[in-house]
Design a protein around this ligand. Structure first.
Ligand SMILES: Nc1nc2c(ncn2[C@@H]2O[C@H](COP(=O)(O)OP(=O)(O)OP(=O)(O)O)[C@@H](O)[C@H]2O)c(=O)[nH]1
Ligand SMILES: [Mg+2]
Length: 321
């Protein structure tokens, strides 16, 4: 039995990831699963698979790579049963995500030293909402959280963060619209120290680096943070909008060229059938994906785990092999 030798245990399911990937699972991945219900592994199957992976936004290069690897292993191990081939594909997909997340640093929170998270990303990708989710996430660990309204371009952006602060009972450091984000961050760092805050999350404006010298501004914020805490920002989180697919990926690549990013959050996964975006993000950016956003509520955040993610695409909670 080849399958016994090949089989990898199903990952611990995560309800949030499962809901976030529902559209992708019931769409393209159902078709992918059905491909392997065919009786033979032929050329047509590989071609259809490649097309479906591209449809799910896995990306052209990554889809080709996955199919080429699958073909190679099927040939090498003389696999005849399409169900076994599907198992190989599943494992390859997990490995691809694991490879990209292998560099994820263990975050160490020190008592009395604020852990600073700077959240960056293009306009409208979901930064502010993701900040609320992160605040709630850290609160669940019993950590005290503070938010800083570093996006001073629009009054609405400051209000939006303040509303989240009230809802989550988290203090928000904000200045007037048009104020210097550096001054906001300076005040926030001082306040975080004075109030013994564990986690300080800083919102930033989402202008594209081509419009204004975003890098210089983010660098300035970084310097101000470092005056207070040498290692800050301990996390620079790039938010990517899953619904914008490959376009979003290109924007993120541009962004990553100008800013040192430590972690990625894929937001709005629930709004798309293109959950394959995680694979192209993992491959093309090489920065660990740490979180996934699965809705508009503060609780709609999941930690990213390669095996859980892939198994959610193929199976879903409570669905059999
Ligand atoms: N369905 C869904 N909607 C989301 C998610 N994250 C954010 N949104 C929505 O996306 C829209 C934009 O989110 P914001 O958090 O304001 O995005 P932003 O990046 O801060 O936007 P700017 O400040 O304008 O650059 C809002 O309507 C959010 O409710 C998510 O995970 N799922
Ligand atoms: Mg915002």
């Amino acid at each position: 039995m080849v399958l016994n030798r090949l089989f990898r245990r199903r990952a611990e399911p995560d309800v949030q990831i499962d809901q976030g990937l529902e559209k992708t699972r019931r769409g393209v991945f159902l078709e992918i699963t059905r491909l392997f219900d065919r009786s033979v592994l032929d050329e047509e199957l590989y071609e259809d698979l490649e097309m479906l992976l591209i449809q799910a936004d896995v990306g052209w290069d990554v889809s080709q790579k996955l199919v080429a690897e699958l073909r190679e292993r099927v040939d090498r191990d003389r696999i005849k049963d399409p169900a076994d081939a599907r198992e190989i594909l599943r494992q390859e997909m997990i490995l691809l995500l694991e490879f990209a997340t292998r560099n994820r640093k263990v975050k160490i929170l020190q008592r009395g030293v604020p852990f600073v998270i700077m959240v960056v990303g293009v306009n409208g990708v979901g930064k502010t909402t993701s900040i609320a989710k992160l605040a709630a996430y850290h609160q669940r660990f019993g950590r005290s959280v503070m938010l800083a309204a570093g996006d001073t371009f629009r009054a609405a952006a400051i209000d939006q963060l303040s509303v989240w602060g009230e809802r989550l009972k988290v203090p928000v450091i904000a200045h007037q619209q048009g104020a210097d984000p550096g001054a906001v961050v300076f005040d926030a760092m001082q306040a975080a120290h004075a109030r013994n805050i564990d986690v300080l999350i800083v919102d930033t404006a989402g202008r594209l680096h081509t419009k204004y010298n975003l890098m210089a501004e983010l660098e300035k914020l970084r310097k101000i943070m470092r005056r207070h805490v040498e290692t800050a920002p301990q996390e620079v989180l790039l938010v990517i909008d899953a619904t914008t697919g490959q376009n979003g990926l290109i924007q993120a690549q541009e962004f990553a060229k100008s800013v040192d990013i430590t972690d990625i959050m894929i937001a709005k996964l629930d709004g798309t059938a293109k959950g394959g975006i995680a694979f192209s993000v993992a491959k093309e950016l090489g920065t660990p994906i740490s979180y996934v956003g699965t809705g508009e509520k503060a609780t709609d955040l999941a930690e990213f785990r390669p095996d859980t993610y892939v198994d959610s695409l193929f199976f879903g909670v409570g669905e059999g092999l």
